[in-house]
Design a protein around this ligand. Structure first.
Ligand SMILES: C[S@@+](CC[C@H](N)C(=O)[O-])C[C@H]1O[C@@H](n2cnc3c(N)ncnc32)[C@H](O)[C@@H]1O
Length: 248
């Protein structure tokens, strides 16, 4: 009897802790969205300012040591951006010059990265429409975020988006070679700007995204490409590849 009371007490404490941490990351996300909305014109392309906004929102908990010094901005839960702030900030600055009216994120997870990209693009383009997709539900803050941003969330895969086109796409869903290729064929090939996350993924132990990205670059699929691969010392993690097609 005493043992079950103890177990229940521990469970209640853990639930309260989880709610405390979730509510604090929710608050940071809302403050960050506000920060993007209020970015002055002269700071729109300032990588450090943008990276600091991302740090303030917080990174998803990950115990593999992939954040290096940035780990101090890691949240205690799976809520947060699964990104290195400098990589994402640099990629966003490239997007600033692309006139993006529609954006798709493949692989929502907690929804923090989708919300940040949407907040930034929305600051640049008030008519923006954004969509994030994931077959597995983890976007706990969706109801709150959709009140602040033009971001829709659907539980689906790119196979459900056949024929839909987007100015800009971030591919960060299923990381198998075949899935990345399929996502690219369905929504990436028709996008003017296509971003790939994990082009430098030496933590995963496979070469799927890096290989596919190298093939696109060497095959001349884009008019211009950028790679943002700033990693902690001695590591090559995550990495964002951005491919841009100039308007015909
Ligand atoms: C690495 S996480 C995405 C992280 C997120 N973009 C971020 O930056 O925080 C990968 C996500 O892809 C989702 N996923 C798996 N298969 C997928 C598919 N076929 N289409 C879209 N998302 C998929 C997983 O459920 C997971 O949430």
């Amino acid at each position: 009897m005493a043992a079950s009371v103890m177990k229940i007490t521990q469970l209640v404490r853990r639930l309260k802790q989880r709610e405390f941490f979730s509510s604090s990351s929710r608050q940071k996300l809302l403050r960050g969205i506000e920060g993007f909305a209020n970015l002055p014109n002269e700071q729109l392309r300032d990588v450090e300012v943008i990276a600091n906004l991302i740090r303030g929102i917080g990174l998803r908990y990950d115990a593999r040591g992939l954040y290096g010094e940035e780990a101090r901005y890691m949240n205690a839960t799976t809520d947060g951006l699964w990104q290195l702030p400098l990589q994402l900030a640099n990629a966003l600055v490239v997007l600033a010059d692309q006139e993006i009216k529609t954006f798709l994120e493949v692989g929502t997870h907690s929804g923090f990265t989708g919300a940040v990209i949407t907040a930034y693009l929305h600051r640049l383009q008030p008519g923006l429409q954004a969509l994030t997709i994931d077959p597995f539900p983890s976007f706990r803050n969706y109801e709150l975020v959709r009140q602040k941003l033009p971001l829709e969330y659907r539980r689906c895969t790119t196979s459900d988006l056949m024929g839909e086109t987007f100015d800009c796409v971030l591919i960060d869903g299923d990381h198998s070679y075949e899935a990345v290729k399929r996502d690219y064929e369905i929504v990436g090939r028709t996008a003017r700007v296509c971003l790939f996350h994990d082009i430098d993924d030496d933590l995963s132990g496979h070469d799927n995204v890096p290989r596919f990205w190298r093939e696109l670059v060497s095959g001349g699929d884009f008019d211009q490409t950028y790679e943002f691969t700033q990693s902690p010392p001695g590591k090559r993690v995550m990495g964002i590849g951005v491919g841009v097609r100039h308007a015909a």
